[in-house]
Write a protein that binds this ligand. Structure first.
Ligand code: 8YV
Length: 326
């Protein structure tokens, strides 16, 4: 079968696909253009794609032979899963394999923004470090503070474990509350969103982007947060109203933000770029050699299984597609 791969996978993984199928590869470290995607999707049975590829109704109209969409990433807001299901197309993602890397980056952002790492680094590089001073670069202590986790899925839990090791108090808000024994084991306390926002010194977002979570954190939510609190986001930018965030930071409504994701990625709100109290990363939550290798392996396994009409290891709509076909 013909397959389109928009991620430059390592040779070893590509050859696993090529043993069974004919691959068209977008072999660039930059996203495939929409035009090329629309042209190349025609006649393809499989698509291995990523966050920058929008798999929407319009693309699906051109995808006359498509059977499997294997997303290289856990978040799949780039894909209209419902429209795929309606057309009998399997959709897969890569959960689990990037949990630890993303949780590590979340802690890195907490520490970086609270301890002003980037400001300090710049000062040293620019030759402005003249002497140790008692009040130079005072940040905020992380140990002993309250971390509020919004969304206690795989990544949220991995963050909770790390935060416990940093002697933080961890509270969480999630659509579904964990059973008491699991809360106890993870050393986390449940609270509603309002309570979390009021109590937390660091608010970290770990929900997927859906119609229900878009702009979940906006003006009203910032008004509930402590003036000394920081917002951390390694999930999806549009969960936060970026305009409201810029305002909250500018007015001192909150103390700072550590961001890996943006509402209109790769565009970043101008005001955020000018602020000292923001740490801004280019969506690198899963960007380690080990994790990206595992993501590639899982995406390829998913793709091959789906094309072989077998249940892919991490399929989002297997039952729904099979029910449709039956
Ligand atoms: C990926 C991510 O790097 O998996 C996700 O949802 O946001 C990142 O880990 C990105 O999506 C590339 O597909």
């Amino acid at each position: 079968m013909d397959v389109l791969v928009t991620v430059p996978l390592p040779e070893k993984l590509l050859s696993r696909i090529e043993r069974h199928h004919t691959v068209t590869l977008h072999n660039e470290d930059s996203p495939i253009s929409r035009g090329a995607l629309e042209t190349l999707i025609q006649g393809k049975a499989g698509l291995l794609c990523t966050i920058t590829d929008k798999v929407d109704g319009e693309l699906l109209q051109r995808a006359d032979q498509l059977r499997v969409v294997a997303n290289y990433g856990v978040g799949y807001d780039n894909i209209d899963v419902e429209a795929c299901t309606a057309k009998g197309i399997l959709v897969t993602n890569t959960p689990g394999v990037l949990t630890e890397a993303t949780a590590d980056l979340t802690m890195a952002l907490i520490l970086a923004v609270a301890r002003r790492l980037l400001e300090g680094d710049q000062m040293v590089r620019q030759g402005r470090f003249k002497a140790w001073t008692p009040f130079g670069f005072l940040g905020r202590e992380v140990s002993g503070k309250t971390l509020g986790i919004i969304g206690l899925g795989r990544i949220g839990r991995a963050v909770a474990k790390r935060a416990n090791a940093f002697s933080m108090k961890v509270i969480y808000y999630s659509r579904t509350r964990l059973p008491g024994d699991q809360e106890h084991a993870l050393q986390v306390d449940y609270t509603d969103l309002e309570g979390l926002l009021k109590e937390s010194d660091f608010v970290s977002i770990h929900v997927p982007l859906t119609d229900g979570t878009r702009h979940m954190i906006g003006r009203e939510e910032f008004s509930l947060m402590k003036r000394t609190a920081y917002l951390i986001n390694t999930s999806r930018g549009a969960v936060v109203d970026e305009e409201a965030l810029a305002e909250a930071l500018k007015s001192g409504r909150i103390a700072g933000a550590g961001l890996d994701v943006y509402e209109h990625e790769p565009k970043v709100h101008e005001a955020l770029l000018e602020m000292k109290n923001t740490v801004l990363l280019p969506h690198i939550g899963s960007a380690t050699v080990e994790t990206r290798t595992r993501m590639g392996e899982l995406a390829v396994e998913n793709l091959l299984a789906g094309l072989d009409n077998k249940r892919p290891p991490t399929c989002l709509n297997w039952d729904a597609v099979k029910a449709k076909v039956a």
